[in-house]
Design a protein around this ligand. Structure first.
Ligand SMILES: Nc1nc2c(ncn2[C@@H]2O[C@H](COP(=O)(O)OP(=O)(O)OP(=O)(O)O)[C@@H](O)[C@H]2O)c(=O)[nH]1
Ligand SMILES: [Mg+2]
Ligand SMILES: [Zn+2]
Length: 281
């Protein structure tokens, strides 16, 4: 069985799947049989957001996405290079990456230092609070007409944000996502286990996704790594060697940019860390 949202009536319903269709993901577009009772086939995908699990196995998170909101919060604190690694996946989709800093109500905490390395990228960070409602109108406006997915660590408030947005801007009969309570014991938390689709009136949708502890983008080649760092790619045009990996090569424009300031060292560190995982395979 699968939940299907018909664009015309926007009324989600549960529908039977053909036995052969095992690989459907949240956001997939499908074709129904003449009676409209069974899914016949999956339509071609524009893109697929995937991650690797701890065993290097490919997991499809969602398909056909155009805007990816990387959610961070003062608590839990972002893991090292997490944003960089998410960005590699988003630029490879391709989709538009944005940054969402949630829990603004907990005060003007550290996040500005986490955002500094990305100031030269067009990520347009939005500061919001699912709890107080701060910034949610701007978020709804930016999301309108797009297929948006929220990704990030477990507990940053992805489900809370979708629940707050739906309550504010009308959810019809749509079931609100369950959100967790970070009790001292950690018990009774509702952690999202599968991606969920919430259609927007007027087109587009929000996709809630399960939180991750860590994230490793799927990297088939050095080209995918290069696409994942558009800033380093652009600077790399100035390196002496066309295939410069910005390690110890002479006349490296990327390392020069770090030494002279325009490229934050954290970006080259993130590049190096991913290059190392790529070379291990
Ligand atoms: N102070 C504050 N707490 C928030 C805010 N948004 C969410 N929380 C709390 O953060 C905790 C986690 O929220 P969830 O919405 O379940 O987080 P999530 O990102 O969906 O987590 P996973 O489903 O595990 O990935 C809950 O206790 C929420 O009440 C916020 O804006 N401010
Ligand atoms: Mg959740
Ligand atoms: Zn170089």
């Amino acid at each position: 069985m699968a939940d299907i949202a018909a664009p015309e009536d926007a009324e989600p319903r549960r529908i039977r799947l053909h036995r052969r269709l095992k690989d459907l993901a949240c956001g997939d577009r499908v074709e129904l049989d003449a009676a409209g009772e069974q899914v016949q086939r999956r339509l071609p995908r524009d893109n697929t957001l995937v991650r690797q699990d701890g065993f290097g196995r490919r997991k499809v998170i969602a398909a056909n996405i155009d805007t990816v909101w990387i959610v961070i919060a003062p608590s839990p604190m972002p893991a090292r290079y997490l944003i960089d690694r998410f960005l590699v996946a988003v630029y490879n989709l391709p989709a538009r990456p944005r940054i969402l800093v949630n829990k603004q109500d907990t005060g003007p905490a550290a996040p500005s230092e986490w955002l500094a390395p990305y100031a030269h990228l067009d990520l347009d960070p939005l500061h919001v609070s699912a709890r107080s409602g701060y910034g949610l109108d701007a978020l709804a406006e930016a999301a309108r007409g797009h297929t948006n997915i929220l990704i990030g660590q477990s507990g940053v408030g992805k489900s809370s944000l979708i629940a707050a947005l739906l309550e504010r801007h009308g959810s019809g009969e749509i079931k609100l996502p369950e959100t967790g309570d970070l009790g001292a014991s950690g018990e009774g938390r509702h952690t999202t286990v599968t991606a969920q689709w919430y259609p927007l009136t007027g087109g587009g949708a929000w996709i809630d996704s399960p939180g991750v502890r860590d994230f490793t983008p799927e990297l088939e080649s050095i080209d995918a790594l290069v696409r994942g760092f558009p800033d380093i790619e652009a600077l790399g045009e100035g390196c002496r060697f066309r295939n410069c990996r910005h390690q110890t090569e002479p006349d490296c424009a990327v390392r020069d940019a770090v030494d002279q300031g325009p490229l934050p060292a954290a970006r080259l560190d993130a590049w190096n860390a991913l290059l190392e995982t790529l070379e291990k395979h």
